[in-house]
Design a binder for this molecule. Structure first.
Ligand code: SAM
Length: 310
């Protein structure tokens, strides 16, 4: 039933945006000394090899995380003289946090392993917190369980081979009324778009003060275009603050190569919609997003947007 495997896409520009935002939110939520429950509705396999078969086939990390960690190209002697007086801009703290976390899964400066959302979240939680991971794909659920078992995290982390859209209901509201829901479907089924909005509407009724984080692809499809609008309406109806960040790395049009063959451009852009974001998130992304455009942008269409409201 499911053909999507995140291993082909791990570490791509969408993961960079998604995981940078996720880390910035979690770091803020962890500052309070009270138990936090995190629900990851679409968890994936948890850990990915960037030098493995899947990732090597698609090479998507090369245009994502690997661009961020690559040293800047050496300037020509003439450029070097001109630029000598201008020190390189330091990385935005949110991007540095993201790179530090990914680096902690690797040794010797190489980037062979990429942590998916389960390991990113788990790495930022404390002993009192709880993480519930939903994954439906039989192979990925098995891999996820095996990866999580190695952590020996006991009751802190649970893997549920269940539908994440439905499964989160039983955990809302969390006992200490502190919670984050990450919703990151593959959208391979068109109905996922509607299910995301339905899930958020229902979750806001159960737990209005939770932080809801939704990733979505920006592609020429009406459902994808409408999703952030629907989420904004839900937040406004609930009287809750929201934040919407998007990152475009390239042109979305189909291109024709020299032989007249139509080239699929791959995912050109994606967005993160957050309901009840930490008050620090917008300022953090204001610094990070222009640097992501500069480092991950592939053509003149590269851009970001950052909106928020109540
Ligand atoms: N969140 C992961 C990360 O950031 O590393 C990536 C998740 S990937 C985009 C989406 C995953 O959702 C896939 O592994 C897919 O098998 C799984 N999936 C699809 N439909 C699902 C559902 N209804 N409930 C739970 N998992 C589902």
């Amino acid at each position: 039933m499911f053909s999507y495997r995140h291993a082909f896409h791990a570490g791509n520009h969408a993961d960079v945006l998604k995981h940078t935002v996720l880390i910035a939110i979690l770091k803020h939520l962890r500052e309070k000394d009270a138990a936090l429950v995190v629900l990851d509705t679409h968890a994936g396999a948890g850990l990915y090899r960037l030098d493995g078969d899947y990732a090597s086939t698609s090479g998507e990390a090369a245009d994502g995380i690997l661009r961020l960690v690559a040293p800047a190209p050496a300037p020509s002697p003439a450029e070097g003289r001109k630029k000598a007086a201008v020190p390189a801009e330091p990385l935005a703290p949110a991007l540095q946090d993201y790179l530090d976390l990914v680096a902690s899964f690797n040794t010797g400066g190489a980037h062979r392993v990429y942590p998916g959302s389960p390991f990113i979240i788990q790495g930022l939680l404390g002993d009192r917190d709880r993480l519930k991971l939903f994954e439906l794909h039989p192979t990925d659920a098995k891999t996820l369980s095996a990866n999580i078992a190695q952590l020996e995290a006991g009751r802190t982390v649970s893997v549920l081979r269940e539908d994440g859209f439905e499964g989160i209901k039983k955990f809302l509201p969390p006992p200490a009324r502190r919670g984050l829901v990450l919703c990151d479907p593959s959208y391979e089924i068109k109905t996922d778009y509607a299910r995301v909005a339905e899930m958020v509407a229902d979750a806001l009724l159960r737990f209005a003060t939770g932080t809801y984080v939704v990733w979505y692809p920006i592609i020429p499809r009406p459902e994808a275009h409408d999703l952030p609008k629907k989420l904004k309406t839900l937040a406004q109806r609930a009287g809750k603050p929201w934040l919407h960040a998007t990152l475009t790395v390239k042109n979305s049009k189909l291109l024709t190569d020299a032989e007249g063959e139509v080239q699929r451009p791959g995912l050109p852009a994606s967005g993160m919609f957050v309901i009840n974001p930490p008050h620090t998130l917008k300022a953090a992304l204001k610094l990070a997003l222009p640097q992501l455009v500069e480092k991950l942008g592939q053509d003149k269409n590269a851009a970001f947007t950052l909106d928020s409201g109540t």
